[in-house]
Design a protein around this ligand. Structure first.
Ligand code: AMP
Length: 217
């Protein structure tokens, strides 16, 4: 089964993808994590990627697709996938059709005020990328990842101005994708979050129920 998880920045894509990975035994391919790894290097590609990510803009489609293909070649094909943060444009969705088949979309709908509140208090594990929140999703030990013991940090693009720009980019460039998939009658499992303090387990249970209704699990 191949899924893509779709939603605004801060809608919970990474948090739920990591839990669904454990429950369903799928590989997670998180585009943002891949770019953050690339940005640790000092290469023409890393410098190019940085220019976009730091401003909250989308990396150009040709670069994204190349990087994705390279990454997919390294992971076991039989396991199935959760794509987190890809596709983000209609062109990327069209390119994805040539790479692999998608069985369903998990759509996360979250109001802007929750997104802004969540992103400004979000922390990420430097080592494994697990997502925490200093207010609503605290690690057991302050600043230390429960999963791997790595140190937590605040993403440089989780600042007020860049958050605003990322939400704008989502509304302008990524939202039209939904239309594209609806027209294609792609199965969609929607989870609407209306509360700031939503335990990830509740959301994940709802998503699993949706996947069962589609007979995908
Ligand atoms: P994320 O961790 O998903 O919030 O992604 C962080 C940043 O990586 C985004 O703000 C974009 O700059 C870049 N990025 C991630 N996925 C994509 C994509 N599919 N297309 C273009 N840029 C992306």
């Amino acid at each position: 089964m191949n899924l893509t998880i779709f939603g605004a920045p801060g809608s919970g894509k990474g948090t739920y993808a990591s839990r669904l990975q454990t429950k369903l035994g799928l590989s997670v391919v998180a585009m943002g994590d891949i770019f953050r790894e690339i940005m640790k290097e000092n290469t023409p590609l890393s410098r190019k990627v940085k220019r976009f990510v730091e401003k909250g803009l989308l990396v150009p489609d040709d670069v994204v697709v190349e990087v994705l293909k390279e990454h997919l070649a390294k992971i076991p094909k039989e396991k199935g996938l959760i794509l987190d943060g890809f596709p983000r444009t209609v062109d990327q969705a069209k390119m994805l059709e040539a790479i692999t088949h998608i069985d369903a979309i998990i759509l996360l709908t979250v109001p802007d005020w929750i997104i802004i509140e969540r992103l400004s208090t979000r922390r990420i594990c430097k080592n494994c990328g697990e997502v925490y929140n200093v207010r609503y999703l605290k690690p057991k030990v302050e600043n230390i990842c429960d999963k791997c013991g790595g140190n937590l940090y605040q993403r440089p693009d989780d600042t007020a101005q860049v958050i605003k720009d990322r939400i704008n980019v989502y509304e302008r460039q990524t939202q039209p994708l939904l239309q594209f998939y609806r027209k294609k009658k792609m199965p969609i499992v929607e989870f609407k979050c209306e509360k700031l303090e939503m335990p990830p387990e509740v959301a994940v249970e709802e998503i699993l129920k949706g996947l069962k209704r589609l007979s995908l699990i």
